[in-house]
Design a protein. Structure first.
Length: 405
């Protein structure tokens, strides 16, 4: 049986021009036809979904996430695994986020949930797993529970081999510190010695694994690019050479604006205000974030203007809110709604290596789609008006007004 989604206003994330009066035909998991309503008729066995002009677009992606931060002393492992799965499913059903790339998850719980979703045991988003993120002794964000401390070249090599054995998709390597953490965990400082960095990248190249590089200052950004990083995460402080190298080596940038911009003093709308109130970040950490935000904005805007490849990642929780908040920050800090939407759809799939199959609405691609009630190109926050989620060609969430067929 085919599914015909008719009377849609299509934003395919290939062209920035919405196409009203469009029919999408889904056969099995895939889109088999995209065209004007007038050019296609439903058969007697077809399921027809009339969107009544609502906006149809690819599902959203968040390509820098972690599970919640809980110590095993406070919450047993089994409960943390269950909570992570619930968060992932809720993000799919309630926010239309069809794909996630993990940036650190303890005990390989991201691998476990990826396998469960792929096997059809549960309905959930696509998940690309990193296992633990790798830092040094006295390194970045040790209190998260998702870090593995490594020292010396072989320490990093051994940890990477263990991750590969346990089923990761990519390696998350922390070259530097962060904005939110103790006084010795600073984003202005790099942590790895040259031989440690080289060994980590060497084993990844030998084994064919991409490196997701946490790099927060010019030294770390340049080192990661020159050693072959697939993506630079954060890039809070860069310089013109960093931008040139990102372009020259065709490396992705995932800017995670939420880390430096979501404090009570910087909140600009009701969603941001509510999130910051619920987060309850310590005053000292708010001060660190606010001190870094202008520089972060500056290099984000320069990267956008220069045409650096960028995908949307949030690095915050809960997962159902994170990408939506990050999208709002993009448009406030120098990106257009179109650039933001592409970063959260087409580029999200591409950075995960599945751009040929997902991320746009085109014939032949897998039908991971969302429907929203208003045009996100007018206001990116219109993605919050979620009406429907389709994954693998099946409706998994239908929030359309009661009485709408």
């Amino acid at each position: 049986m085919r599914t015909l989604v008719v009377n849609s206003t299509l934003i395919d994330c290939v062209s920035p021009d919405p196409r009203p009066g469009t029919t999408i035909v889904i056969e099995g998991q895939r889109i088999s036809h995209v065209g004007p309503d007038s050019g296609f008729s439903a058969g007697p066995d077809d399921q027809v979904i009339d969107l009544k002009g609502a906006y149809l677009l690819p599902g959203l992606w968040d390509v820098h996430v972690h599970p919640d931060y809980h110590s095993l002393a406070d919450m047993p492992l089994a409960e943390q695994v269950t909570l992570f799965g619930h968060r992932l499913q809720t993000a799919l059903m309630d926010s239309g986020i069809v794909g996630f790339r993990c940036a650190g998850a303890h005990d390989y719980i991201d691998v476990a949930w990826r396998r469960s979703f792929e096997a059809g045991q549960f309905t959930g988003p696509r998940l690309f797993a990193s296992g633990y993120f790798l830092t040094t002794t006295g390194g970045h964000f040790l209190t998260s529970g998702h870090a593995r401390e490594c020292d010396g070249p072989y320490g990093f090599v051994k940890a990477i081999r263990e991750g590969i054995k346990n089923g990761i998709d990519h390696v998350k390597l922390n070259l530097s510190g962060g904005i939110l953490g103790p006084s010795w965990d600073l984003h202005t400082q790099s942590f790895l010695l040259d031989d440690e960095i080289k060994a980590a990248f060497d084993i990844c190249k030998l084994r064919g694994f991409k490196v997701m590089a946490h790099a927060t200052n010019p030294q770390a950004v340049k080192a990661a690019i020159l050693l072959g990083a697939h993506s630079i995460e954060h890039g809070y402080i860069m310089d013109d050479e960093c931008i040139e190298l990102l372009l020259k080596h065709d490396v992705w940038l995932v800017p995670t604006l939420a880390i430096s911009h979501l404090t009570p003093g910087q909140a600009k709308n009701k969603w941001e205000s509510l999130w910051t109130q619920q987060r309850g970040m310590a005053h000292a950490l708010c001060c660190r974030a606010e001190a870094a935000s202008d520089t972060h904005t500056n290099w984000f805007a320069k990267a956008v203007k220069a045409g650096v490849k960028m995908a949307l990642g949030s690095d915050i929780r809960p997962l159902k809110d994170a990408a939506l908040l990050e999208m709002g920050l993009w448009t406030r800090n120098g990106a257009t709604p179109w650039q933001t939407l592409v970063a959260a759809t087409r580029h999200g799939a591409a950075i995960c290596g599945v751009g040929d199959e997902l991320g746009t609405v085109e014939a032949g691609k897998i039908a991971d789609l969302i429907v929203v009630g208003a045009n996100p190109l007018d206001d990116i926050n219109n993605v919050r008006q979620l009406q429907m989620v389709i994954k693998d060609g099946q409706v998994v969430s239908d929030k359309r007004p009661v009485g709408q067929p």
